[in-house]
Design a protein around this ligand. Structure first.
Ligand SMILES: [Zn+2]
Length: 232
């Protein structure tokens, strides 16, 4: 599958006449990630890399999909206080997606592939607005995570090991609180992640492996493919 993903067509590599030829029959997949702390062991680009990998897998499985350059900033206000986290906030993200999709009218449809839960609400609002304008747009994000492993834990660490083991500082991996998200959510929403997890992790990366990461990626990619089956 990793080899197949290399066959994905990247919009940024096309000329405009090539894009013109492809667009009318193509779905534009826009990866949306974040630049956000992922504990002491995962890079700030984790969500962006996961979103891009999933969009490329979609394109490898569907020759009518073209992958746009990723939106590398999202709504990450809850991770403020961890140096390196850059957030454009919910409102700006919503507007960015509305304008970006409006500018993609040459394509048959736009599939927004997000890998950061904090982006969900503004992306849903953008999609509603765009659908109201008669545009073909879908927003997808990975199925809800294990509530005791919601950020930089075993799932994301495994996926990043599968995508490129060099990016994971395995020796720096450590657990954060493993209580169900619903229990810590009120304080997290009020005071941010740092108040409930000083190292930024919600879950435990122990046991993560590239094999598990490949299984998770295959599962998510299959879900994305199924959700967009026959669309637009
Ligand atoms: Zn993440």
């Amino acid at each position: 599958m990793a080899g197949a993903a290399e066959r994905a067509v990247d919009l940024g590599a096309l000329t405009w006449p090539e894009a013109e030829t492809a667009a009318a029959a193509a779905v534009l997949a826009v990866p949306v990630g974040s630049t956000e702390q992922h504990g002491p062991h995962l890079p700030l680009a984790t969500d962006t890399e996961i979103a891009t990998a999933l969009a490329r897998r979609l394109a490898a499985a569907r020759p009518d999909v073209v992958v746009a350059p990723a939106v590398a900033y999202g709504s990450s206000g809850e991770h403020a206080g961890f140096p390196g986290t850059l957030s454009i906030g919910q409102h700006a993200l919503e507007i960015v997606i509305v304008e970006l999709v409006r500018s993609a009218d040459a394509f048959a449809g736009v599939a927004v592939v997000s890998a950061h839960g904090g982006n969900d609400r503004p992306l849903r609002r953008a999609a509603l607005r765009l659908a109201g304008e008669g545009r073909a747009v879908r927003v997808w994000s990975p199925p809800a995570p294990d509530p005791t492993d919601s950020h930089a834990g075993r799932v994301e660490t495994s996926v990043m090991l599968a995508l490129g083991p060099g990016a994971v500082r395995t020796g720096r991996a450590e657990a954060g609180p493993c209580r169900p998200l619903a229990e810590i959510l009120p304080r997290l929403q009020r005071c941010g992640v740092a108040a409930v997890s000083p190292n930024g992790v919600l879950g435990d990366p122990a046991g993560a492996s590239p094999e598990e990461g490949r299984e998770i990626l295959d599962r998510w990619a299959a879900d994305l493919l199924a959700v967009l089956d026959g669309w637009p």
